[in-house]
Write a new protein. Structure first.
Length: 140
């Protein structure tokens, strides 16, 4: 995926407030959000390359447009099934990126895969799936 026209802004997106309402147990200090053609990162944080690959998937899912991004976000917040499909695709790309671009040992890749499964099945996304289902759907 190319980064042409993609912006990275080090500030909170207005979407953080919506996310906090929907998922009150999530801390916002480590939230990265994609909207339209922009990836928002918390102040003082770096954007790891594997996370950027993940967020790029979301930008492309949104059509790199603020208009279609708004529709995407409404579906994302209110449909657990839609959110799950979007995150499976993004986390699969994140894992593949890390696998291609790092020198992680098999043990570290296995731990990284488990971290991804924990994310998908955890409170940040509203406990979208079981571990077994996430592992099957990720196919990594």
């Amino acid at each position: 995926m190319e980064n042409q026209g993609i912006k990275i802004k080090e500030r909170k997106s207005k979407l953080w407030g919506l996310w906090k309402i929907m998922f009150p147990n999530v801390t916002m200090e480590s939230m990265y959000l994609a909207f339209g053609d922009t990836i928002y990162i918390p102040e003082g944080k770096e954007l790891p390359r594997d996370t950027q690959a993940h967020e790029m998937v979301h930008l492309y899912q949104q059509g790199l447009s603020k208009k279609t991004a708004l529709i995407w976000w409404v579906k994302y917040v209110f449909s657990k099934k839609f959110r799950y499909r979007q995150e499976i695709e993004a986390y699969r790309e994140q894992f593949d990126f890390a696998k291609r671009n790092s020198k992680m040992s098999y043990k570290k890749l296995y731990a990284y895969r488990n971290w991804i499964v924990d994310m998908i099945t955890g409170k940040m996304y509203g406990n979208m799936a079981t571990r077994e289902q996430a592992l099957k759907d990720l196919d990594i």
